[in-house]
Structure formats: C-alpha cells, structure tokens
Design a protein around this ligand. Structure first.
Ligand code: DC
Length: 432
C-alpha cells in the first residue's frame, strides 16, 4: 500500500483522539495525537513557572525542550524534557493551558515542524486542530470531526467521571465553549475545516459507526470500493452496469468527495435535477445500497415502464395533490434502513443550480429523523465532455427534529439545505 496520511481535525470533545486511535489500529498504522504534544509543552511550562502569556519565555522554552513521542504496543507515549508525561496531561487545567500556549506563533511553528517530520515517509493518522489546514495540506484524506457542544460536553463528562473526577454538566459545557472560542479565534492557524475536508457530525453516531465511516472513506480514497451492504435487484444491477459504461466512456463524469456517499443507511440522497439520467448519476457512487428513488407517477406510462420501475423499487408519487401513500412508502423505506433518493425540486430544471424545493422533503427527513446527503450535478451529461458531480457533507436533522415537525422546523431545515447547496455550488465554481 502506498504511504498515506489521514488528517482528523475538530473541536474539543468530538472524539478525535479515540477515533483516530482505533482507525489507526485497524489500518495497522501509527496514530499521532498532536494535542498531547501541546499538552506536554503546557505541562512543562507550568512546571518551570513560565507564564503562559509570555511569548518570549515560551519561545525560549521551545529552544530547550520540545515533546517527543514513542510507541508502546502501538500506543503513543508523550515525553518532554526526558520525562514520560502521558499520565499527567489529561486534567482540565492542562487542557486550558494547552489551548493557551497553542495561541503562540513560536510554539505552533515548532510543533508543526516536529509533526511534519514525524509524518514524513510513513503512513499515519494524525489528529489535532490544524492538521488539514497547516501540518499536512496534502493529506490523503481530511476529516473534520465535530458534534454539538452539548454532545461533546456529555462525552467529556463521562470521561472525567470514569477517571474519578467530579464535575457538573454545566461546568463542562462552559469549558467546552470557552476552549472552542479560544481555539477558533486565535490568530495563528485557528481551528476551522480545511476547504477540502469532509465534515462528519458525530452527535448522533455511536463511536463504532464513526470509526467504520472514516475507514470506509479512507479505503475508497485508496482505491478500494466498499461492498454492497444489502441485496440489489437484478434490474438495479443491470442499470448500474449500464450507467458505469455510459459515465466512463460516452458521457464522462468526474465525481468529487464520493466518500461521503458511503455512510450508513438510512439516509436521504438528494440532488438537483436536470435530466432523466440523474438517478443513475448519483446512485452509481452509492456502492453500498440500492437507492429507492421517488419518481413521478407519469413515468409509469405503460406496462413495460411500470414493470421496470417496480423492479428498480421506485416509489411512484402523484405530484398534483398531497400523496400520503408515497409519504408512507418513503418513511417505510427509511424505517427499514434503506436509502431514499429524492430530487427536491419536484421536476427537472434546465438552469442547473438548485431551484425552489418542495417542503415535503423536510417533512420526511424530520419525521424519519434521518440525515440528508446532498449531491450537486454540474451540468447535463454530454457526449465526450466531462461533467462534475459533487457530494456534500451529510446534513444532520436530529437537533431540528427535537423541536417537533411543524411548519417552522420544516422551513428551518429547508433553509439549511439551501445553505448547503450554496456552499456546494460555490465549491463547484458556479454562481448562485
Ligand atoms: O486535542 P486536545 O484537547 O488534546 O488539544 C489540546 C489543545 O492543544 C487544544 O485546545 C488546542 C491545541 N492544539 C492545537 O492548537 N493544534 C493541534 N494540532 C492540536 C491541539
């Protein structure tokens, strides 16, 4: 396997370190916890009585001692000034102190250089705040792992309680928010997703699912296609083969960030709608599931068409009135852990960018409480002229769904979807 580096960045308490550790273990490579290096340095500064705000003193300290790492049974031990400090650097005081020293440009420069040297020439998973943006701008894959502040505070609290520390949820939440502010607003390399990072919101995901999700993304990036997680009908398989031929040879398509489409079902795949080929275009990269598309009833114009669409497991919808049967069928598909495919514009548009959308989609997502995976098809397929398809990051819905399913929450979700498409079209270099 070629040498690869995986960058996992994100805010405090997103679970980066334990996720990175497990991902690295499963890949048989080393994990570099860069936060531990800042923590070790902060620990030493405190031991030496150096003021954390005194940049000159911190710089002098970087000249004298920088953290080192070594691996024992694949696990990182962090050393500084000849001492193994692994066991001393997980306290709330050191957390805050590490965040403070990490603001100093001289400290960051020294750490980044050391991290780059460690990651040179061997495959590694690195977790931190600036891996994708600064340490390894050419990383093989960049993940920005995040979660809501509440979910992160809950996890932090559990960790603290496990290690016998006493703390209240409110205090931990305030600490999380304070460190977020400090890490995101510092002048040098503030915490933010790299433009080419894939954002993974783990608020509603158990640890094991996050690990599996990231591993699938890495394997796909390294050229290994994931296996189907469910049976495809023979008709669907035929359609996939035809699509693969078509989009590799006659109307070539370049897919971007298809890793995002390998997440666990249930989810709703949404896309803008330009031509009859769109279902094939977006479903081709969902390697693991047979995508059940919602399609207008008019498509079943004769017996053969009806037979074909039934074999493709299409859900017919009557677009001229509220089709409750179609709504129920959509919810059933999601309840049974499948992928639902919807073109929210309701009909094809020729302008390309996402036009006004039907709010039924928000209703389904909120009622089923499943994330939406957006895809943006840039242009109509043309013979021998390449078009691009961009997959976005999944849009989580649980926070909005917790407020109920009503006109306001549907409008809120539709607005989120609109913002996501703004970002996707911008990524594709298209005007909105
Ligand atoms: O990931 P952690 O909580 O162990 O990190 C401790 C602090 O170190 C964090 O508040 C910000 C800083 N840090 C950083 O600035 N850049 C990194 N790559 C890793 C950590």
């Amino acid at each position: 396997m070629r040498v690869f580096t995986i960058a996992i960045d994100g805010p405090v308490g997103a679970g980066k370190s334990s996720v990175a550790d497990e991902v690295a273990r499963r890949l048989g490579v080393l994990h570099l916890d860069t936060g531990a290096m800042y923590r070790a340095f902060a620990w030493l500064a405190i031991q030496e009585g150096v003021s954390l705000a005194d940049e000159a003193a911190l710089e002098a300290l970087t000249k004298r001692a920088l953290p080192d790492v070594l691996y024992e049974d694949g696990h990182q031990r962090t050393l500084i000034d000849g001492r193994d400090v692994t066991g001393f650097i997980r306290t709330p005081d050191i957390s805050m102190a590490a965040s403070t020293v990490s603001k100093a440009a001289c400290v960051r420069a020294a750490m980044v250089e050391r991290q780059q040297a460690l990651a040179r020439e061997r495959s590694m998973v690195l977790d931190g705040r600036d891996i994708g943006t600064r340490v390894l701008p050419d990383a093989t894959l960049k993940i920005y792992l995040t979660a809501s502040p509440e979910a992160r505070a809950r996890r932090r609290l559990e960790d603290l309680q496990k290690s016998g520390e006493d703390a209240s949820f409110e205090a931990v939440l305030q600490d999380v928010l304070r460190r977020d502010r400090q890490d995101m607003t510092r002048e040098v390399d503030p915490l933010r997703p790299a433009p080419d990072a894939q954002v993974l919101d783990s608020s509603d995901m158990p640890f094991e699912h996050v690990v599996e999700d990231i591993l699938r993304r890495i394997h796909l990036r390294l050229g290994h296609r994931p296996r189907p997680a469910e049976a495809f009908t023979p008709m669907y398989r035929v359609a996939r083969v035809a699509a693969a031929l078509l989009f590799n040879v006659i109307t070539p398509i370049r897919y971007h960030r298809a890793e995002a489409a390998q997440m666990d079902a249930p989810y709703i795949l949404i896309a803008n709608h330009l031509t009859m080929l769109d279902p094939l275009i977006v479903a081709l990269k969902c390697y693991r599931y047979h995508v059940r598309f919602l399609g207008k009833k008019e498509l079943e114009s004769n017996r053969i068409a009806r037979w074909m669409f039934q074999k493709l497991l299409m859900i017919p919808v009557n677009r001229h009135n509220m089709d409750m049967a179609a709504m129920r069928a959509c919810l059933k598909v999601l309840k049974e852990d499948h992928v639902l495919g919807i073109f929210p514009e309701g009909t094809r548009h020729h302008e390309g960018v996402m036009q006004s959308m039907e709010t039924g989609i928000a209703m389904i997502a909120l009622r089923a409480k499943v994330p939406l995976l957006p895809a943006y098809i840039q242009g109509r397929p043309k013979a021998f002229r390449r078009i691009n398809v961009y997959f976005g990051d999944p849009i989580p819905v649980s926070e909005i769904a917790a407020k109920g399913v009503n006109k306001d929450t549907c409008a809120e979700l539709m607005q989120r979807i609109g913002q996501t498409y703004d970002a996707l079209t911008q990524m594709a270099g298209d005007p909105r």
